[in-house]
Design a binder for this molecule. Structure first.
Ligand code: SIN
Length: 341
């Protein structure tokens, strides 16, 4: 448990009685007044990211529309819970919203691997269309056994490679290097196919892992790289867009079902505002972050040509052969359809 978390959790105990529908919500549910509550949105990235901007827009709407009856607290930078413990705390209703990278759910349902299929979605629009569509919604809805609901997809963007050893412009350049992944066997297969090593490391430990050489490199969006200063400890970056970081906002059913209509309407509208902002900001924040990385001058940036990208695409074809069965041909087909492949 993180420093300070214990203290916060003690104060939660009282607040949760009011906050999450356990205690006095029955009256409010009956008379349909907006319920007094504090809701918590926990995430692992910095403030200058689409996820945080979306969460802020959600907070602003909810607090204003409820005249402060509903308060929303946002905990960025793994400051309350991180990759290792945010899901369990959502299930336990200690927190009410999380928005992890979808690949972090592959242990719950291997269909979440779709977000890591190499060169599948070319841009935010394609990823949004898939996750808003029938198959995407089915996958997002597949955690209900845990009492977890996937509500709305928020994009971040394409991932790019950084490392400390050499410029990467061809698949052969990865040979012998070790990369951090967000977890899951598909990412391990990508790196083993490229004759590189891989290790899953929580996001909040990644800067130190890169700085200390635990791994040679990592893959991420420009906004995650720049806002966490990974480029300051990585000499090379390859702009490749081989897989993506996409999120969905998840809640738990205990909290969700405790809301009366008046409360839920405000929270749902807040989520819609957050979705709008996260979707609108993702590309701009990534473009701005790329410019900042270039301007910092710490990292050699290699933008691959279409032919160079094709060489990676070809080497990674075996991933499709293997994962079509694991993810399901129907889900892969729906994704291929929106991505025009
Ligand atoms: C995130 O964007 O939420 C984290 C991504 C990562 O773990 O690399």
């Amino acid at each position: 448990m993180k420093k300070g978390v214990l203290l916060v959790l003690v104060s939660f105990t009282l607040l949760i009685l009011v906050a999450c529908g356990d205690g006095n919500s029955a009256d409010a549910q009956e008379n349909d007044e907006v319920q007094k509550m504090i809701i918590r949105f926990v995430h692992v990235v910095s403030e200058n990211t689409p996820k945080h901007q979306g969460a802020l827009a959600m907070k602003e709407y909810i607090e204003e529309a409820s005249d402060g009856t509903i308060r929303m607290e946002i905990y960025p930078n793994s400051s309350l819970f991180g990759d290792q413990d945010e899901y369990q705390n959502l299930v336990a209703n200690n927190i009410q919203f999380i928005a992890p990278a979808l690949t972090k759910f592959v242990g719950n349902n291997p269909q979440f691997n779709i977000s890591e299929m190499p060169f599948l979605f070319e841009n935010d629009e394609q990823a949004i269309e898939f996750w808003d569509g029938e198959k995407g919604q089915e996958v997002l809805g597949s955690l209900q056994e845990d009492g977890v609901l996937g509500l709305s997809m928020w994009p971040n963007g394409g991932k790019h490679l950084t490392n400390n050893k050499r410029a990467i412009t061809s698949p052969e350049d990865l040979k012998g290097l070790k990369f951090r992944t967000q977890g899951g066997q598909l990412m391990d297969m990508i790196y083993s196919t490229l004759k590189a090593g891989s290790e899953s490391i929580p996001f909040d430990e990644l800067y130190t892992a890169l700085d200390q050489g635990v791994v040679d490199g990592q893959e991420n969006t420009f906004s995650n790289i720049e806002s966490k200063k990974f480029h300051e400890v990585q000499k090379y970056m390859t702009v490749i867009n081989h897989t993506r970081v996409d999120y969905a906002v998840f809640t738990n059913t205990k909290f969700w079902n405790s809301m009366n209509d008046a409360t839920r309407e405000i929270v749902e509208e807040g989520l819609a505002k957050g979705t709008e902002v996260a979707r609108a900001e993702a590309l701009t924040l990534n473009e701005q972050a790329l410019e900042k990385i270039k301007a910092a001058g710490t990292t050699e940036v290699n933008e691959l040509t279409a032919e160079q990208v094709d060489a990676f695409r070809e080497v990674l074809q075996p991933v499709y052969a293997k994962y079509e069965e694991i993810i399901g041909a129907d889900v892969i087909d729906a994704a291929l359809k929106v991505s025009n492949h």
